[in-house]
Design a protein around this ligand. Structure first.
Ligand code: SF4
Length: 284
């Protein structure tokens, strides 16, 4: 049990949870080891963590709880599902353009030879997206960075590692998710994609969403949120609302790279993904 607890708290600590996710029950320090540098818990009555599932001590935490388990750890103090936000209908011209691509592979093939915007000039590889074609959760980021450009895969490197941990924490392992970006080629020096570049590339993403038809969309970062929702607003304006993209609930949260730069955003991001997680369980 101690090993399981230690692994769980390590995961939470990586996500910033050593300060914010749990209220530091009395035995946390022991579970983390005597060298743990957690803050001293507040003097308020300690809160016992929920019962831990049986997990093989020699491996990383495995998802062993059934979907909808009321005792899942991510539920503890999860915020309620917020009210509705924007309602978006995908542009007709984008839908019409994408209709010719019958599958995710067809979309990726089209992207591989695309020269629809200047970003094609600097790319090593296109990064169309990857994951479960029948995913319930689809994550949308901004665009490939250096590691993604070299590998042809979305969300690798440190930001990708953090995204994987975030997904683990809500018990939706990355292989179950579909992950894509607004633009499929790396912008120079990792700048944000320009409006013309986003507009040129969005029909691919729109078609990917239509083909996967996830139960929930998670927009990672302001660029992804603005581009999907077609508005110019701050991340703060767009968070904590359940938007609707062609009838699919859409939640906005921080980009993992932003969380690496500013750990103070990990707590609100943790709330966002738990809202998304709750939406996954609703009947629809
Ligand atoms: S970013 Fe998109 S539109 Fe631009 S060249 Fe790459 S695939 Fe084509």
């Amino acid at each position: 049990m101690a090993d399981v607890r230690r692994e769980w708290f390590q995961l939470q600590r990586d996500l910033g949870g050593d300060e914010v996710i749990f209220d530091a029950p009395m035995d946390v320090k022991a579970a983390l080891g005597s060298g743990g540098k957690r803050r001293t818990p507040p003097p308020a009555a300690p809160v016992e963590p929920p019962a831990m599932p049986a997990i093989e001590a020699s491996t990383k935490p495995k998802i062993v709880r059934p979907f909808g388990d009321p005792n899942a750890m991510w539920r503890k103090d999860a915020p309620p599902i917020p009210g509705p936000g924007l309602t978006i209908v995908p542009p007709a011209d984008s839908v019409a353009r994408g209709a010719v691509w019958a599958s995710l592979d067809a979309v990726a093939t089209e992207i591989a030879s695309c020269r629809g915007c200047p970003l094609c000039e600097g790319r090593t590889n296109t990064v169309p997206g990857e994951g479960n074609p029948a995913a319930k959760l689809m994550c949308v980021g901004e665009g490939p960075g250096e590691s993604e450009d070299l590998s042809g895969q979305p969300f690798v490197g440190r930001a990708g590692d953090l995204l994987n941990k975030i997904l683990e924490s809500i018990e939706v392992p990355r292989p179950e998710v579909y992950i894509a970006n607004i633009v499929k080629c790396r912008p120079p020096r990792n700048r944000a994609p320009l409006p013309d570049e986003r507009a040129a590339c969005l029909p691919y993403l729109h078609r990917q969403i239509a083909l996967v038809r996830p139960k929930v969309l998670l927009a990672l970062g302001g660029t992804a949120a603005e581009s999907l929702l077609g508005v110019k607003k701050t991340l703060g304006d767009l968070r904590l609302r359940v938007h609707s993209w062609d009838g699919i609930p859409l939640i906005v949260t921080y980009h993992p790279a932003a969380l690496l730069r500013n750990p103070n955003w990990k707590r609100p991001a943790w709330d966002d993904v738990r809202i998304a997680r709750q939406l996954l369980e609703l009947d629809s």
